[in-house]
Design a protein around this ligand. Structure first.
Ligand code: CIR
Length: 253
């Protein structure tokens, strides 16, 4: 159960942010409308939304997920692996301090993006990617284990972030794509498998009674409906142009 989320309006500088995609330049007005629809969907899920203003200094800072790892009892401030994003944590730390007394920090030379961290009940999975290095993953594992959670480190082969290709939707079910479909770390879960052409839709979020999925993936929607979930579909076109997905746009706790 999530009670709170933090989101941040994308700034105009979003257009100068990082991307590996060849999907074209985002349309800022459409992006704002998509972000507003995202916030409305979260409100429908019953959470209180802390809505931060845009920060033009950090073009990618609407992707708040990368700045922290949150549990009910403590927050871990990450150390984002992209230089242009690293200081986003300076804007997020004071916000999270209002909610948490217990704070931990990933410290250099460790780097970690929250997009590389997946929680499934008491188990965490930590991806090693271009953004999260071994040292960062090791630091987070140590913090989590000391707090009573299990943590497994997963070196990524192809995906950008761990959660680019996997989501936990509750009831011991993992939504998996690509390199995670046959990954032994997820053998104990019931799997909802996403095909190659629908890979983008593996980044979805379960928020209380709903699973929010990207619009335009009928097969994915069908699989979730069949498994008993109520879905909300959102157009993510302008977010996708900068390698973002549904999970990236919020911190949920
Ligand atoms: C970046 O390259 O950092 C952003 N353009 C996209 C970040 C996406 N975040 C995420 O998957 N958690």
């Amino acid at each position: 159960m999530f009670n709170n989320v933090v989101v941040k309006t994308p700034g105009k500088s979003y257009l100068n942010g990082l991307t590996t995609s060849d999907l074209g330049t985002p349309d800022y007005d459409v992006l704002l409308a998509q972000h507003e629809a995202y916030v409305k969907a979260l409100e429908k899920c019953g959470v209180t939304v802390t809505h931060l203003p845009a920060s033009e200094e950090f073009p990618d800072s609407t992707f708040v997920e990368d700045t922290a790892v949150l549990t009910p009892d403590f927050a871990v401030i990450s150390n984002p692996g992209a230089d242009s994003r690293n200081r986003e944590i300076e804007e997020m730390e004071p916000v999270l301090k209002k909610f948490y007394d217990k704070m931990f920090y990933i410290e250099a030379p460790g780097t970690l993006d929250g997009g590389d961290v997946l929680q499934a009940e008491d188990c965490f999975y930590i991806g090693i990617s271009d953004r999260t290095n071994e040292e960062g993953a090791r630091q987070l594992k140590k913090i989590l284990e000391a707090e009573g959670y299990e943590a497994t480190i997963i070196p990524l082969k192809e995906f950008f972030h761990l959660k680019t290709g996997i989501a936990y939707v509750g009831e011991n079910r993992m939504v998996v794509a690509g390199e995670f479909i046959n990954h032994p770390a997820f053998d104990s879960y019931e799997k909802i498998i996403i095909g190659k052409e629908d890979e983008y839709s593996a980044n979805m979020i379960r928020v209380n009674d709903y699973v929010i999925i990207p619009k335009g993936y009928e097969e994915t929607k069908r699989k979730l409906t069949e498994a008993g979930y109520e879905t909300i579909e959102l157009d993510m076109s302008e977010v996708r142009k900068h390698d973002g997905g549904l999970s990236c746009l919020s911190l949920r706790f």
